[in-house]
Design a binder for this molecule. Structure first.
Ligand code: UDP
Length: 239
């Protein structure tokens, strides 16, 4: 790692893209949020807790979380075919794993909390933006949570670790090839989700987790501010 390293968009190796976060963006939902990181924009809407349908999926010992991640057709320049595909099914499941550990679902037997995530613009890091938006939307919906979850991708450009990759960086083929490590964690550093696409040694992976921790601390502050701003504006209450 070197602090002198400059990226194509001028960022430092550990610098996040400009972030915007706002809650209450979908008035019909019980909770909602927008999370923007550079040119990646995610909208999350939460419905519930409500009775689980189909009924045979009800669990009398605890409530359940359902996540639906979707990249909408115009989110990238090459139009995406609408509907579910393998990638969106996988990311929906991963989002559920990232968020479930912080939710007190034991309070809601036979019920379900639904989260719908739409990526309206994509420039890499969409699963992380979706998780950040969803975590905010859950808090905005008043779902009891032990912690917020914050998420970021760390990757490698040649041999250098960088935080919050753009699509151009994610596709970088030089050196050891592209490496992308999306990580989600609670404010006290408990990792709830981690993926690794590419190659990395153990020592550098530890550095990557440290970089993700630094980034997630910054994201957490922005998430907290978005919730506080909504409360100050009288928009922080579940309808
Ligand atoms: N992407 C695309 N078309 C697709 C899927 C992905 O153009 O059907 C782009 C989009 O910019 C996305 C990026 O590829 O953000 C990286 O996708 P990946 O599967 O690595 O997930 P992400 O980094 O978005 O979490």
């Amino acid at each position: 790692m070197t602090a002198k390293f400059k990226r194509s968009d001028g960022r430092e190796f550990d610098e996040l893209r400009p972030i915007e976060a706002k809650v209450g963006v979908v008035p019909n939902a019980d909770g909602s949020a927008m999370y923007k990181s550079g040119d990646t924009i995610a909208i999350a809407a939460v419905y519930g807790p409500r009775k689980m349908h189909p009924q045979h999926q009800q669990n009398p010992s605890k409530g359940q979380l359902r996540c639906d991640y979707n990249m909408i057709s115009f989110s990238v320049s090459e139009r995406i075919r609408p509907g579910k595909n393998r990638r969106s099914t996988e990311i929906s499941e991963i989002t559920k794993w990232a968020l479930e550990p912080v939710l007190l679902l034991g309070m809601y037997p036979n019920q379900v909390v639904d989260i719908f995530i739409d990526i309206i613009q994509a420039d890499a890091g969409t699963r992380c933006a979706g998780i950040n938006a969803a975590s905010l939307a859950l808090a905005h919906a008043g779902i009891p949570m032990k912690e917020m979850v914050s998420s970021i991708a760390v990757g490698k450009l040649d041999k250098t670790l960088v935080t919050d990759l753009t699509k151009e960086e994610e596709d970088y083929e030089g050196g050891e090839g592209p490496t992308d490590i999306p990580i989600s964690m609670t404010h006290d550093g408990k990792i709830t989700h981690m993926q690794l696409d590419g190659k990395i040694g153990v020592e550098q992976l530890k550095d990557a987790v440290d970089l993700a921790k630094e980034a997630c601390e910054k994201i957490y502050e922005i998430q907290k501010k978005a919730l506080k701003d909504a409360i100050d504006m009288g928009n922080g209450e579940k309808k």
